[in-house]
Design a protein around this ligand. Sequence first.
Ligand code: AMP
Ligand code: GLY
Length: 425
Amino acid sequence: MKVLIVGGGGREHALAWKILQSPQCDALYAAPGNPGIKADGGTCVDIDVLDTPGLIEFAKTTDIGLVVVGPEVPLANGLGDAVREAGLLCFGPSKKGARIESDKAYSKLLMQQASVPTAEARIFTDLEDARTFVLSRDHGVVVKASGLAAGKGVIVCKEPYQAIKPLEDMMEGGVFGDAGSTVVIEELLTGQEASVLALCDGKNIYPLEPLQDHKPIGEGDTGPNTGGMGAYSPVPIVGPDEMDRIEREILVPIVDAMRRDFGRYEGLLYAGVMFTPGGPKVIEFNCRFGDPECQPAVMRIKGDLLEILLATAEHRLDEIEIEYDPRPSVCVVMTAEGYPGPYEKGRPITGVADADALEDVKVFHAGTIMSVDGDLLCNGGRVLGVTALGDTLEEAQAKAYEAVDKIHFDGAYVRRDIGSKAIGN
Ligand code: AMP
Ligand code: GLY
């Protein structure tokens, strides 16, 4: 079978790397892909993720058996519907399904209707009303642009007055364009977070082993939020009892609520969950694999990922059993100087092959490009996702940083504490 992956980041490289190992995979294409996918045997095709007609045309003429959509933006743009309307198999939800991520106001209302535990929230389209509301609060608040903002549209404010500037920036200044014209203002919750990723085929829900992301840029969870600075799996705070509770109180009711609202949700459903003193509560839903969570997730999945994604697209998840490598995995993201603000592109990267040559290490490309001279250059804020397995979480962490230390580019930055919450180091 021929597979088309849509996207070109670390998540898509991880999916491509694993799918290329499937005995069912005859050829893998990625639009636009990245140099890492190409180095692993994929073919990159220069079609934009938002060029739906171009992607459909390519998939039909190339006889693609499964289209796997990585990022949220093409899903919110209706690519899942277009692929299915063209009579092809797709891993990824419809445009209506993607709304669970692309419209936080809608997502919040759906959670409230389905009694899914989540932060108390109010939705605003008027700046004055939003301002009056936050100034009436005694406790911290979280301001969220309702639309898509690449993981950067969430501002955590320990004091209510700190919300005024972000509200003005979003609702008046247009920093996130239309995405910020509606805002969700939530109560500030406390507790550890985990990412629960579940395959959904419209009938069955199959949660994967939980992961933990590290969203803030700075060590000890300080500074502004990013798309994710690193992730690991499994997460000791989320045992079988917690997973049962999450499935029962969160995944099943939200999938049922979506079915009542528009029909089947197919693809991956990502629940960002906070373990508060009052139990697990949803911080956000996403309509696709997490990035970087996908990287340590696929490192641990044994067997045929293509078969798992196909079973999801063909509504037969009840036929499969996912086996895991019992060894923990850790992914450390290397970012460009300045990220999550404006950052430099075009700086040469060295040492990736040396890092990749270490046993149980895989370097996933996220924001890289190959120059005409064959030099690997930085081309994004998140540049690489250095991922390792180890007998213990501590060993996986040490291995990941050993690999990181072999890679160089000017201004490279990593958090040195990925996984430390679980290890205590
Ligand atoms: P999101 O993009 O919605 O996942 O938010 C990014 C990050 O902001 C989350 O991973 C949390 O660390 C934090 N956050 C979001 N909502 C809340 C909340 N209600 N209380 C505390 N922290 C939050
Ligand atoms: N790593 C968080 C996300 O993918 O949204």
